[in-house]
Design a protein around this ligand. Structure first.
Ligand code: HEC
Length: 223
């Protein structure tokens, strides 16, 4: 049976499939933008489902236009971004965390130390957020890096609105704090609890001149 099929197929190929399979070319199909009685709106083309994002429109089209498109985005965003950073509250941090985990962690790692999976596989390794220069960098610098790219890092302007960029900046600040908080930043009752720990639990402060032990050290001890 299989053999017979192969023979027929071979014969067909020798005879020239083009003619035999003609109705693959000539078929009752609708051309783009032609009319059709099939649908109530009389159009042959179906409208895209609600919420569809056309690749040939909007921010995606702008960035695919290369540097010129990016410049357009940057100019447009400059107006939006002129507004100051929103007040950091829990909702903003949660939004920032979710955007960070999607768009930044692949390279910068969930901790922000630059050891992301993409970097491990050969992409230029990003700097750690926990170095003094980036701890001291103004929010605006982080915001601009996200929107405009930086060296080997591409721009995320087409994926993060200015509002989302501020949310990510707030979350990066939280990440930095998570690795570099001083005990005197804690609420008084937590500071008292820390002081009550046995002496070996207290590590020297992570920053020179900091008055109290680092929180991270006591946490590591407690777990
Ligand atoms: C594809 C990998 C990649 C992704 C994703 C990525 N970055 Fe980067 N990032 C880098 C690299 C590489 C550098 C170092 C670039 C250089 O110095 O040339 C960098 C640098 C930075 C810097 C330091 C700039 C400076 O002053 O040195 C910040 C801040 C930063 N990224 C934030 C982010 C944030 C926030 C996100 C998510 C919105 C993000 N990055 C997403 C790769 C990435």
């Amino acid at each position: 049976m299989r053999r017979a099929f192969a023979l027929v197929a071979a014969a067909c190929a020798l005879a020239g499939c083009e003619r035999t399979m003609k109705d693959m070319y000539v078929q009752p199909r609708l051309r783009p933008d032609s009319a059709s009685p099939l649908f109530p709106d009389g159009k042959g083309s179906r409208p895209p489902p609600a919420g569809s994002v056309a690749v040939a429109a909007g921010d995606l089209a702008l960035t695919s236009g290369g540097r010129h498109g990016r410049d357009d985005l940057v100019a447009r965003d400059a107006a939006l971004a002129a507004s100051a950073a929103p007040a950091a509250d829990l909702a903003l941090l949660r939004r920032g965390q979710s955007r960070y985990d999607i768009f930044c962690a692949p390279c910068h790692s969930p901790l922000g130390d630059g050891d992301g999976r993409v970097a491990r596989r050969g992409f230029p390794r990003p700097p750690s957020f926990h170095q003094a220069r980036l701890r001291d960098a103004p929010d605006r610098h982080l915001f601009d890096v996200i929107g405009q790219g930086y060296g080997d890092m591409p721009s995320y302007a087409d994926r993060l609105t200015p509002q989302d960029r501020w949310a990510v900046v707030a979350y990066v600040r939280a990440l930095q704090l998570s690795q570099d908080a001083r005990a005197d930043m804690l609420a008084p009752d937590l500071q008292a609890g820390l002081r009550a720990l046995p002496a070996p639990a207290r590590a020297p402060a992570s920053r020179a001149g900091a008055p109290a032990p680092a929180v991270g050290a006591s946490k590591a001890e407690a777990s």
